[in-house]
Structure formats: structure tokens, C-alpha cells
Write a protein that binds this ligand. Structure first.
Ligand SMILES: [Zn+2]
Length: 124
């Protein structure tokens, strides 16, 4: 396992998918759908290669265990589009704003879901 994979969020096959699905003027719901797909891909890759996060002592609950698996948030997806040169920073900046606005209106979490965070269920 190459070092660095433990915390890795973007694997080459995900970037290929992002590049093929991304288009100018993509709607926010389509963006959320793409996030769902890439998040699943990330977990499949990590599980398939048995990539585990480091063991940590959690600052919230005090338990020692694997750190939470990285997840793809909608904003991370938008930032990745600029980072991997799929769209210009101007385009992604506008979309970042549109997403923040949409998220506020629809009261969504970072992953675009209507889902209150459950307190007490510590994922580290
Ligand atoms: Zn914890």
C-alpha cells in the first residue's frame, strides 16, 4: 500500500468519472447525485484495497479506534473540479456559491442530505 492512501479521498478512477460527468451549468441536484456516486466509489476502492485510516484516540468520545473514513462532500467535489483542472476556478467559485445558497435554502448537510446529525453516535 503506497503511503498516503490512508487519508486519500481522490483516487484516479474517481477523477476520470468526475471528468466525464462534469459539464458546464451542471445542476445542484445532479452535483449531489454525482457526489453520492463518487462517495460510494471511494468506499468501494478503500474496502477493496483494505485501506484503513490510522488508529486515533478520539477527542470527542475518548475512545481509541480507526479514524472516520474520508467522505466526499459536495464542496470537496466542487473544489476537486478546479484542483484537477476540469473547470476554471471562476466556474467553480460560482458553483460553490450556488451550492452554499441551495444548501441553506434546503437545509442540507455537507453531503446534500436532509439528515440531522445524530448526537451520541460518534463516528470519530
Ligand atoms: Zn469518537
Amino acid at each position: 500500500m503506497p503511503s498516503g492512501d490512508a487519508q486519500r479521498t481522490w483516487f484516479p478512477e474517481m477523477i476520470v468519472r468526475l471528468r466525464s460527468e462534469w459539464h458546464e451549468g451542471i445542476s445542484i441536484p445532479a452535483l449531489i447525485g454525482l457526489r453520492d456516486e463518487l462517495d460510494q466509489t471511494l468506499h468501494r476502492i478503500r474496502a477493496g484495497r483494505n485501506i484503513q485510516t490510522p488508529i486515533i484516540t478520539c477527542r470527542r468520545c475518548g475512545k481509541t479506534g480507526h479514524a472516520a473514513q474520508p467522505r466526499v462532500s459536495v464542496r470537496a467535489l466542487i473544489l476537486a473540479v478546479a484542483r484537477f483542472g476540469i473547470a476554471s476556478k471562476d466556474q467553480t467559485r460560482a458553483l460553490e456559491k450556488a451550492w452554499a445558497e441551495y444548501r441553506k435554502q434546503q437545509r442540507l448537510d455537507l453531503e446534500g442530505k436532509v439528515r440531522p446529525r445524530e448526537p451520541g453516535n460518534c463516528p470519530h
